[in-house]
Design a protein around this ligand. Structure first.
Ligand SMILES: Nc1ncnc2c1ncn2[C@@H]1O[C@H](COP(=O)(O)OP(=O)(O)OP(=O)(O)O)[C@@H](O)[C@H]1O
Length: 410
């Protein structure tokens, strides 16, 4: 069996695409006869949707807690387990390692090595480091077409260039200043969280000060999203705990809405919230008025500022184009810029490089580094990957333990 790698850039290939192109991919013919399984974000979303509608998911079976409460990595592992239990003749793995911690990636590589003796593996991947060691042929896809098929040795000998200029320029200045922002923006003091009696966070102490650049890290299920939801979201677990935001205890001073005005936030799932026909320029301006999409006529000043952000991102040619039609990387850059356009005191970027290829990830990293270096905004960057070139000053790591994760500054 010759296992296949499919190296794609910033878009998804789906079952339809594969069917249309199967004859062009050597070794893929077996798809027609055997039993297949597909691991992808899209498939996972269908299971999550089923769980929402029926309060039950085949992925985990009856009597267990809802799939929706699983962490991102836990959901992906549950899907893979479910698919492998069906003993497929071939399995398509699309961006399998996104959202997974380093140890899980290593464990999965070993497990898949075993499975590759019985089943054909077709790995769709965007990051070079993800290539499974038993893949023998690599198919390159550019502009949705197969541009080349080569032996894996040729792929690894001629790595895809990561050194191209990143094409992101200096960031525009702040449109105004936020008043009465204390030096310590965020303070978690002995914060403990349990879900259904299961300890998740144990005595977390963490301080983020003005202008600092942090990476937040920790294995799947260690509690990163839980911490972020206590800061940015309205997770009720924050109330009663010592979570201080901009000087006031969460739940006692400002409303969640007021707090959100001071925090720029980006997570890949945000991209799906925007279904209106706003242009790239309008999307940037919406960050100045704290709305999802733009509903009012922008002022000249707002237009000038948004245009200078387009220049920073090298996306001036996209000004009038509909945001939702743009390539994934460009949507992400625009949404990060939207979150940053006001120069909020705190910017949270939650796994912003998920599902991107190497070159695109470098652009996100460059933009993040520039934001941290050229503004007074404090940045919290969440990622499982060691992102090449990312330059945080500090890292806060969650280390799971029986009584809940402990935190430490690295
Ligand atoms: N509403 C909930 N009910 C029960 N358990 C929950 C709930 N929300 C989260 N959990 C559990 O709490 C733990 C921490 O979840 P969280 O999403 O914060 O982890 P994470 O560090 O962000 O993980 P990942 O890297 O996989 O995204 C997980 O084991 C998760 O299953």
């Amino acid at each position: 069996m010759k296992h296949i790698g499919i190296y794609v850039a910033n878009y998804s290939i789906d079952g339809q695409w594969l069917q249309k192109n199967e004859e062009k991919i050597p070794g893929f013919e077996s798809l027609q006869s055997g039993k297949g399984a597909v691991f992808s974000e899209r498939v996972l979303k269908k299971f999550i949707e089923e769980d929402r509608r029926r309060d039950f998911s085949e992925l985990i079976g009856a009597g267990k807690r809802s799939l929706r409460t699983f962490s991102s990595g836990e959901k992906r592992k549950a899907l893979l387990d479910y698919l492998l239990k069906q003993n497929p003749d071939y399995i398509i793995l699309d961006s399998l390692f996104d959202n997974l911690d380093a140890q899980s990636v290593e464990n999965l590589k070993t497990r898949l090595q075993e499975i590759s003796k019985e089943a054909l593996i077709i790995q769709v991947f965007r990051r070079k480091e993800d290539l499974l060691p038993f893949i023998e042929r690599v198919v390159f896809i550019e502009n949705k077409e197969i541009s080349k098929v080569c032996p894996v040795e040729e792929f690894t000998a001629n790595p895809v260039s990561e050194e191209k200029p990143a094409g992101i320029n200096n960031i525009p200045e702040a449109p105004g200043a936020f008043r009465n922002i204390p030096k310590i923006l965020l303070k978690l003091e002995n914060v403990c969280v349990n879900y259904d009696g299961r300890p998740i966070l144990a005595n977390i102490n963490w301080e983020v000060k003005k202008g600092q650049f942090w990476k937040l890290t920790g294995p799947n299920g260690s509690g990163k999203t839980t911490i972020l939801s206590m800061i940015y979201g309205d997770n009720p677990k924050a109330y009663g705990e010592n979570v201080l935001l901009f000087g006031s205890k969460k739940g006692s001073g400002e409303s969640v809405w007021e707090i959100k005005k001071k925090i720029g936030y980006f997570s890949p799932s945000l991209t799906e919230l925007f279904s209106r026909r706003n242009t790239a320029l309008e999307m940037l301006i919406s960050g100045l008025v704290d709305s999802v999409g733009l509903y009012q006529k922008p002022t000249d000043k707002q237009l000038v500022l948004a245009r200078s952000w387009l220049k920073t991102l090298n996306l001036e040619h996209r000004e009038k184009q509909v945001f939702t039609k743009l390539p994934l990387l460009e949507q992400r850059l625009l949404l990060i810029a939207r979150a940053m356009i006001k120069h909020p005191p705190l910017l949270i970027l939650d796994e912003p490089t998920t599902a991107l290829d190497d070159e695109s990830a470098l652009k996100i990293v460059r933009l993040t580094n520039l934001i941290a270096a050229e503004s007074e905004t404090a940045v919290i960057f969440v990622s499982h990957r060691k992102e090449k070139g990312l330059d945080p000053q500090f890292a806060y790591e969650l280390c799971p333990a029986e009584n809940g994760s402990k935190g430490r500054v690295l």
